[in-house]
Design a protein around this ligand. Structure first.
Ligand SMILES: [Mn+2]
Length: 342
């Protein structure tokens, strides 16, 4: 957890700018971090980042175009040196992945600097920075990263229909509560066509209460719900297909092809809740490469590291949830390398 001093520093950074640009990871934690800081500041622009290293020139153009005076990087683990060289305004980077070296024009905040083992999503840090003003948004971001924040009881009191009291464990929240539905909404808002995603994010900055979405109480909420619903249908079809695949009791490999939608992470989560003892490999074939989400109840990084030996690919992530990508021709060998270790 960040110290009070660090939280104050971040808040001051947010207060002392006119027109911030928020670059955020394309998952619930990234999105909810952005939404909190944006709502608190009531100004600025957000850009969702799927591949930071390919977006440098685009971002540099936007900084000039919008007259941005400070850049906030939220929940993004790696930023290339080139980015820091090209961006001429101050940069504030808030992350919770492994600690990295940063250039001089960067203020870098990472909970792991104080405690290597700390696991605190950026959405929780932003909750502290914004004085807890957007509790439900923070809750979605935290739970999206499988973290039950310290304020969950308070949340449950305020929103008992979203999180009934006494429910405070991960798979159950996702499978059995309205908060779990909201979690999917926030994930699916980031899936689909680019124009739709942008529109949804913009609309989300104007949504004040979760029931606007869940009960379709406002036009904004209805729009978000409809987008969610379209993708959810597709998700359900893939999930049922994946569940029908043979498994040998240890591993579930599911491969699908889709140009537009990367649903692997959510699908992998859902499958790991349904089959908690399996090693889940969700793979999407794109541009000659299998992009994967891996889930397991034991630590994945050492298994992944071994499985990548002699394979053209890369991967990494958290203990029980990793991402990986390997060349098409090496996929079978990679899967075999994992199977051998289980
Ligand atoms: Mn995160």
């Amino acid at each position: 957890m960040h110290t009070e001093k660090e939280i104050l520093e971040m808040r001051t950074e947010l207060e002392e700018c006119q027109n911030p640009l928020f670059l955020f990871h394309d998952d619930q934690d990234g999105l909810c971090s952005f939404l909190q800081l944006y709502k608190y500041k009531q100004d600025g622009t957000g850009i969702v980042i799927s591949n930071m290293s390919k977006m440098t020139d685009f971002i540099v153009r936007k900084i000039e175009e919008y007259g941005v005076d400070k850049v906030f990087i939220l929940d993004i683990p790696v930023v290339k040196e080139e980015f820091f060289e090209k961006v001429k305004v101050p940069i504030v980077w808030i992350d919770h992945h492994d600690v990295v070296e940063v250039g001089k024009n960067v203020k870098y905040f990472n909970v792991k600097k104080n405690d290597k083992k700390a696991y605190v999503p950026v959405s929780y840090t932003c909750y502290q920075v914004t004085e807890g003003k957007f509790m439900w948004t923070s809750m979605v971001g935290c739970v999206g990263d499988a973290f039950i924040p310290p304020f969950y009881e308070e949340f449950s009191e305020k929103y008992p229909e979203l999180l009934p009291s006494g429910v405070n464990e991960m798979p159950e929240i996702v499978i059995n509560t309205k908060l779990g539905t909201l979690l999917k909404v926030f994930s699916f808002v980031l899936k689909g066509g680019t124009a739709d995603i942008r529109k949804c994010i913009k609309i989300l900055t104007r949504v004040k209460e979760p029931n606007e979405i869940l009960k379709r109480e406002t036009a904004q909420g209805k729009f978000i719900y409809n987008h969610f619903y379209r993708i959810h249908e597709k998700f359900q079809t893939l999930l049922e297909d994946a569940l029908s695949k043979e498994t040998d009791g240890k591993i579930l490999v599911y491969v699908y092809t889709d140009d537009k939608m990367a649903l692997s992470a959510m699908l992998a989560n859902e499958l790991s809740y349904i089959m908690p003892d399996r090693f889940i490999i969700l793979a999407r074939l794109k541009d000659g490469e299998y992009k994967m989400s891996l889930r397991y109840f034991k630590k994945i990084p050492p298994v992944l590291k071994k499985a990548l030996i002699g394979v053209n690919g890369r991967g990494g992530g958290h203990d029980f949830a990793c991402g990986a990508a390997v060349k098409e021709e090496d996929f079978d060998r990679f899967v075999e390398n994992i199977r051998k270790q289980l």
